[in-house]
Design a binder for this molecule. Structure first.
Ligand SMILES: C[S@@+](CC[C@H](N)C(=O)[O-])C[C@H]1O[C@@H](n2cnc3c(N)ncnc32)[C@H](O)[C@@H]1O
Length: 452
């Protein structure tokens, strides 16, 4: 039976799968429709709101059969905010979904059949994020600040977010009130007018130290001294205040120039007994509890020996290499952000780890030129995955053991497929729930060269 799908039409459907971003998948006739907040096994009345050539989007109008795995979201903004998208699943279902998506994506996109372990979850999967970037703007004469709606740049003026610590929600309210009192002009993305674009918060795991970055469109910011004074009066745990200037017409929040307004441009934190300095521009994992578990698994997969020469590619502030350093002969870290390399070098010094060196540059340029022959390689690339030149270099140098940490299973599948076709075995994969209440998946994979 062929049923014609109409925009704005109402249909009774059954959900048979979930997309990578946790939307329910149903069919009207043969035509796939994706619906937010629907779970596999549920039946519902939906309204079709958008039609593309091969698929469409619908809105849940009424649940006709509810899944036993459904949970009432604890967040009052969940329906409108794009920050979270799995809060309507109970936590075990979120973990099962991530394991299933990992295995499915590796199989379908990478043609990889390997052992995928259960997702490693959190005992309390809320209030875990140590970094928040909050855009501010103005609506109907009122200053608003919060997170964006899904697939939009419309700000949801949050009262409280349940993935940041409660004090960060409090700081957002503080800034809304202070910016209003000081009559500051908020940035308008459509006209590109206004001064304040947003505020970035980062804190140490024990919440004893916070860094706050005020993101403005111009370096001229006469109110900054008053803001710093009021901020540290109210929140004495703020140890670092930065002004970042971003005059560009772009979606990216941080601009190229920054200035320290108070304290130093670092906050201190520690992971697995090693102390780190993190500057506001450096990458640092957002969920420390899960990061420790992830790094422990990565070290186990690496099976480090005292004679090993280890490369930590995409090293950020050096966390993986420094965790490995005491167990091996030598560690070389590679990273393209200058501030992160400076942090990494300082971190090695502060922890008295002398067998480590860090190289500033792109992994695709540095790795093929390395004099040392690594026998263990950690790769932890950004979402776009690993450059083909890096994979070619692994194959050419016959690196025996690779531990791949990934925040995007699609690019992981692509990269593993290439290695698998070139004499490497994908031994096993463990997903970690680094970003509870969202569909994002972090994985660590053990890859071994097959002996000729
Ligand atoms: C996912 S982060 C991992 C950082 C670190 N391993 C950790 O666990 O905190 C990826 C890092 O790779 C860096 N990066 C991105 N592309 C790069 C490239 N082509 N060459 C070197 N570093 C790169 C980013 O600046 C970022 O610090």
């Amino acid at each position: 039976m062929i049923q014609v799908v109409e925009k704005n039409g109402y249909y009774e459907v059954e959900f048979t799968d979930l997309t990578h971003d946790a939307m329910g998948v149903c069919k009207v006739g043969d035509f796939p429709i994706f619906v937010k907040d629907a779970l596999k096994g549920e039946k519902a009345l939906i309204k079709v709101i958008k039609l593309n050539k091969n698929f469409g989007f619908g809105r849940l109008i009424e649940l006709l059969l509810e899944s036993p795995f459904r949970k009432i979201p604890i967040c009052e903004h969940y329906q409108e905010c794009g920050g979270c998208n799995t809060m309507h699943m109970n936590y075990q279902t979120q973990l099962d979904f991530k394991k299933y998506r990992t295995a499915e994506t590796l199989r379908k996109l990478g043609r990889i059949e390997t052992k995928v372990h259960d997702t490693v979850g959190m005992s309390n999967p809320y209030y875990y994020r140590n970094k928040a970037i909050i855009p501010f703007s103005e609506r109907n004469g009122k200053i608003i600040g919060g997170l964006y709606r899904a697939r939009s740049h419309e700000i949801v003026n949050i009262k409280r977010c349940h993935i940041f610590p409660k004090v960060v929600s409090d700081m957002v309210r503080f800034f809304r009130a202070l910016f209003t009192e000081l009559k500051l002009e908020m940035y308008d993305e459509t006209t590109h007018q206004g001064l304040v674009r947003g505020v970035m918060f980062r804190h140490s795991r024990d919440q004893a130290r916070f860094s706050v970055t005020l993101i403005t469109t111009s370096g001229r910011f006469p109110e900054r001294d008053e803001i710093v004074k009021r901020l540290i009066e109210r929140y004495p745990m703020v140890v670092s205040v930065i002004q970042n200037v971003n005059p560009d017409q772009t979606n990216v929040m941080l601009g190229a120039k920054s200035k320290v307004l108070y304290g130093k441009d670092v906050i201190e934190d520690s992971l697995l007994g090693i102390d780190y300095e993190v500057s506001h521009r450096s990458f640092y994992q957002v969920n420390p509890e899960q990061t420790e578990l992830l790094y422990k698994k990565a070290m186990k997969y690496a099976a480090l020996k005292p004679t090993d020469v280890v490369v930590d590619a995409y090293c950020g502030i050096g966390t993986i290499g420094l965790t490995a350093a005491s167990k091996v002969a030598e560690v070389i870290g590679i990273e393209e952000i200058k501030d992160a390399i400076k942090n990494a070098q300082q971190n090695a010094k502060n922890n008295n780890l002398k067998n480590v060196r860090f190289i500033l540059g792109k992994v695709e340029d540095v790795l093929p030129q390395l004099k040392e022959k690594p026998n263990v390689l950690f790769i932890d690339p950004p979402r776009k995955g690993v450059d083909k030149k890096v994979l070619e270099s692994i194959i050419k140098e016959k690196i025996p053991r690779v531990v791949y940490i990934s925040c995007n299973v699609s690019t992981l599948a692509r990269d593993l497929n290439f290695l698998q076709a070139n004499n490497y075995k994908i031994v096993e994969v463990t997903p970690f729930d680094m970003f509870p209440q969202t569909a994002h998946i972090e994985t660590v994979t053990l890859i071994e060269r097959i002996k000729e």
